[in-house]
Write a protein that binds this ligand. Sequence first.
Ligand SMILES: Nc1ncnc2c1ncn2[C@@H]1O[C@H](COP(=O)(O)OP(=O)(O)OP(=O)(O)O)[C@@H](O)[C@H]1O
Ligand SMILES: [Mg+2]
Length: 296
Amino acid sequence: MCEATPSGGVVAAAPADGGRDGGFRVVVTGKGGVGKTSLTALIARLLARDGHRVLALDADPQMNLPHAIGLPEDRARALVPISQNRDYVQEKTGASSDAGWGLYFRLNPDATDAVERYAVDGPDGVQVMVMGTTVQPAAGCLCPENTLLAGVVEAMNLREREVILMDTQAGVEHFGRALAKGFRHALVVCDPTFNAVQVAVHAARLAADLGIPAVHLIANRVRDAREAERLEARIAAEGGFPFTSMHLLPYDDAVLAAEPSVTPLLADGGSPLLRAVDGILEVLARSEEEVRPCAS
Ligand SMILES: Nc1ncnc2c1ncn2[C@@H]1O[C@H](COP(=O)(O)OP(=O)(O)OP(=O)(O)O)[C@@H](O)[C@H]1O
Ligand SMILES: [Mg+2]
């Protein structure tokens, strides 16, 4: 485990790929309720303020991300999830929507127009797109919706300073669907609880297996040094993981007070969480540099 401070930011590895054409993709994963959506929204807004062109992708069927990003209520509710647009699924995959989707559909749909057609502009210029519910009977489900969603992510060629941030459903199912393949960073979020740490270590291993080169631990809602120590001990007890970097984010009442949107947090500027998130931005931005490997 790398040494980390409450403001985070221990860089430890050199991700060499996962961000074609200069930009990079970040998947945010972890157990339910640990803060994935809040942190995705905060990071998206902060990267956008820092001059990045950010696409925030909501891959959680609950579709909370547009609210967290701070889209006005009516616009957030009016968003059409890609997977529920049957015409689009049919157009791109060739699957017929009569009597289910049938057995035959394109495995490599060309979804290069998805952002143009479905993303909406949010605060700070963050573009927001919702993927919607997919059929999930088993890991790796081969169905037109999943194929299309993978195609949507795959189709996005990123230029310099372009970032895709993907918020996911609780758990690790998206790794089974290989939706996060080709991502450069995985932000594995947990809180100090036993279950959250267990899921985090499992998710980190799956992310590494999927070839994601930089896997960061984001320990959220850490109240004090004792909790931080306990968390590290729990990671060690799970067999450890050579995280690229580790960030401790404080418990912050302002997050709850601000929800569902992170806009009030950003407006206030003085939130301890906000300051701590800076360490994550730094690591994401520095990811192409040569940096010292970290022992587990
Ligand atoms: N650092 C923090 N301090 C205090 N409260 C926090 C912090 N981070 C997140 N929260 C609160 O925790 C709750 C869960 O956060 P959030 O919805 O972002 O988690 P999630 O992992 O996306 O959940 P789900 O798995 O249901 O999608 C929210 O009420 C949020 O305001
Ligand atoms: Mg969420």
